[in-house]
Design a protein around this ligand. Structure first.
Ligand code: DC
Length: 236
């Protein structure tokens, strides 16, 4: 682990539904690090394009929007994360399947990815950052101290999403979700610009048969072995 004042970066990449978001937040909290949900930037861009009537196929229009989007990530007093686009709380709309699909489409364009590159790198601040996404270890933070690749079977990832949506009272079909997960994997893994793949040196963890606690424990062990210090204020 680097001993200088550069922020330490841990990257957690993988397909949608592998548990990256939940695990990255837990690990960031345990370490007292900042957290970057890079997928949220692509989702925000998809929403912003819809609102400003920018075509989802216009690479130039989308990349201009990506550079100037007015966005904010806020943690409330109750610890809840809020995502704000042009002053409006869009946290709920951000997580829908429709927005995920829009995000996956805008993420195909190299100019869009280029426009978001610096915005993502600016999240790296002392003492450190946990960065969650698809290309955190391969493109955005290639020099990261620790790279993790979380994955799980498409069926398991769809089933997790199914439970989440049912709990929110949404009417969804499991086979349709399996299909959506597969098609998003296909588009994220086969695109030319920064396709989803494990970074060189990444530690791969298949979470299909693991609980959140199992994955957290596995990562905490890895962090201990690598010499990371857990934040003393955090007890859970
Ligand atoms: O992690 P997520 O489901 O919120 O991501 C939404 C989409 O954004 C995903 O299908 C692909 C894209 N994405 C990306 O291309 N690169 C990232 N680093 C993060 C997300």
């Amino acid at each position: 682990m680097a001993a200088d004042k550069q922020p330490v970066v841990i990257t957690i990449d993988g397909p949608s539904g592998a548990g990256k978001g939940t695990i990255s937040r837990i690990i960031a909290k345990k370490l007292g690090f900042y957290y970057l949900d890079s997928g949220a930037l692509y989702r925000l861009l998809g929403l912003s394009a819809k609102r400003h009537n920018v075509s989802i196929t216009s690479e130039n229009g989308l990349s201009a929007l990506a550079e100037h989007m007015d966005i904010n990530f806020i943690t409330g007093d109750n610890g809840q994360f809020k995502t704000v686009l042009e002053g409006e709380d869009v946290s709920r709309e951000l997580r829908t399947e429709e927005t995920g699909l829009l995000a996956s489409q805008v993420a195909q364009f190299p100019a869009v990815r280029g426009a978001l590159l610096n915005r993502q790198r600016m999240f790296a601040r002392t003492p450190g950052l946990v960065a969650d996404g698809r290309d955190m270890g391969t493109e955005v933070f290639p020099a990261a101290e620790l790279k993790i690749y979380l994955t799980a079977s498409a069926e398991e990832r769809a089933s997790r999403r199914y439970k989440e949506l049912i709990a929110k009272g949404e009417d969804v079909s499991l086979p349709a979700l399996v299909e959506q997960v597969r098609s998003r994997d296909e588009s994220d893994m086969s695109r030319d610009a920064s396709p989803l793949r494990p970074a060189e040196g990444a530690i791969e963890i298949d979470t299909s048969d693991m609980s959140i606690q199992d994955v957290t424990d596995t990562l905490l062990n890895i962090l201990a072995v690598k010499g990371f210090k857990l934040s003393s204020q955090v007890t859970n």
